[in-house]
Design a protein around this ligand. Structure first.
Ligand code: AMP
Ligand code: ZN
Length: 454
């Protein structure tokens, strides 16, 4: 059975298929802004995308899916945080990237094949802006910023069906005096020392030094890592407008080909029936829940309890229900003999997931099948495949280890030493980190900490 997924552009379910001759399905998921911990709402979106990735792998083969999820590490929010804390931007974003990776691992999210950072792709963003300027889709404003000229892209608004009048109202914010039209949006923001601290790069030709706008980042990273036309682009509903409209405008005007063949947006998580906010006291991160004694895998299960295209209401009661379902799955799994069972729980679970990611349908089918059979009849390998599809790790879970502040400080010092090519100091710091029971994992663009396994 093919995978059918709602397409936000055509507003109907459409089959997912790779379009390139290599048979690789190319999939871009807008990632987190790394200035604070991701909240459980953000993780709803990432869990939905993780199940989608798993279903794609089951359909096309693990080596035929290419999944990119970016990290937004330069924008108003990250810069604002860096100014507030008086710490370099890279320190802030590296710290929160590490935390994000630990949370992702605890929630059993598959790692994307590439996780580009906006600051790692400045050249590509500048190149795209230069093409847009040459083609007359973008212009330099008097302050040295560059704006996209919206009326050069007649298709604008097709995804979110935003009307021109609403657009003018929504976009008529700061900087309006530098733009030719209030509906134009920023591709490049000229450096303002009072706002940007020390964050700046050389700009597109004729523009001032500064930093890219938020939207161009995804257009440029998607092009660089997946090509001009991709198979699927996803995110939470709040990204439909303006982020994804702007991505489409930039990419299609630059590349002269359709940007994404399919768009998918999952709905928001509500907590206690309302949007999360710190002042209402209903704002949760994974760590908040773990500190209250909950298990990360129970949160994953709770996030699977609603249809991704409907708002989901999270309550601590729903988390208890999830934990109880997880206990049932663990005890069933423990009672399944090694081989021989003939009852297939995987096929009905997969069928529901292939049908527009029907999570409640998948969980319903799973429990209905389990109810109709005794553990001795259940096929162990197919049970495990069903757990893979849902991303439920039934092994007893270590709670997300909270990294002690002094270990994080050592890791930050070691990273700085490495950047300064002081490898002797870096090695000494690594030894200190190990002595404290942690291991530091280095990547090109950052690091994370994991407990040392004995
Ligand atoms: P951000 O870190 O704000 O850029 O958001 C990361 C992802 O989380 C985006 O795809 C958002 O659409 C999504 N998101 C933000 N708030 C929620 C929420 N309450 N429920 C589900 N997804 C959300
Ligand atoms: Zn994006």
């Amino acid at each position: 059975m093919p995978i059918r997924l709602h397409d936000s552009l055509s507003r109907e379910p459409r089959e997912l298929r790779p379009s390139q001759p290599d048979g690789v399905f190319r999939f871009y998921n807008c990632g987190p802004t790394v200035y604070a911990p991701a909240h459980i709402g953000n993780f709803r979106t990432f869990v939905v995308n993780d199940v989608l990735r798993r279903v794609l792998e089951l359909e096309f083969g693990a080596d035929k899916v290419r999944h990119v999820r970016n990290l937004t590490d330069v924008d108003d929010r990250t810069i604002g945080q860096s100014r507030k804390e008086q710490r370099p931007l890279a320190d802030i974003t590296r710290h929160w990237t590490g935390i994000f990776h630990e949370d992702c691992a605890a929630l059993n999210l598959l790692k994307p094949h590439a996780e580009p950072t906006a600051t790692g792709f400045i050249r590509e963003q500048v190149n795209m802006i230069e093409v847009l300027m040459e083609k007359g889709h973008a212009y330099r404003a008097p302050d040295g910023s560059v704006y996209f000229r919206l009326n050069t892209f007649p298709d604008y608004g097709r995804l979110s069906r935003i009307q021109e009048r609403e657009l003018k109202v929504t976009n008529a914010v700061a900087d309006a005096d530098h733009k030719d039209s209030v509906s134009d949006f920023a591709l490049w923001k000229a450096y303002k020392p009072e706002e940007d601290g020390t964050v700046q790069w050389p700009g597109p030709r004729t523009a001032s030094a500064g930093r890219p706008g938020w939207h161009i980042e995804c257009s440029a990273m998607s092009k660089a890592l997946l090509g001009d036309t991709i198979d699927l682009h996803t995110g939470g509903v709040d990204l439909l407008f303006p982020h994804h409209e702007n991505e489409i405008a930039q990419s299609e005007c630059c590349n002269s080909v359709p940007f994404s063949r399919h768009w998918y947006h999952s709905e928001h998580l509500l907590v206690d029936g309302t949007t999360m906010s710190k002042s209402k006291g209903n704002y949760y991160t994974l760590r908040d829940l773990v500190a209250k004694g909950h298990e990360a895998m129970a949160l994953r299960y709770a996030l699977l309890m609603g249809h991704p295209r409907k708002q989901l209401n999270f309550t601590l009661d729903s988390l208890h229900a999830a934990a109880s379902a997880l206990r049932t799955l663990r005890s069933v799994r423990a009672a399944i003999p090694g081989a021989g069972g003939s009852v297939d729980v995987f096929a009905p679970v997969l069928a529901a997931l292939q049908d527009d990611l029907n999570f409640p349908g998948a969980l319903g089918a799973l429990f209905a099948t389990l109810k109709s059979a005794t553990p001795a009849d259940i096929n162990a390998a197919l049970f495990d495949r069903a757990m893979f599809a849902l991303g439920l790790d039934l092994s007893a879970q270590a709670p997300v280890a909270a990294v002690p502040a002094e270990v994080t400080a050592l890791a930050e010092r070691r990273w700085a030493a490495k950047q300064a090519k002081d490898f002797k100091a870096a090695d000494a710091l690594r030894a200190e980190i190990s002595a404290a029971g942690w291991t530091m994992l280095d990547r090109k663009d950052g690091w994370s900490l994991e407990p040392l396994r004995k």
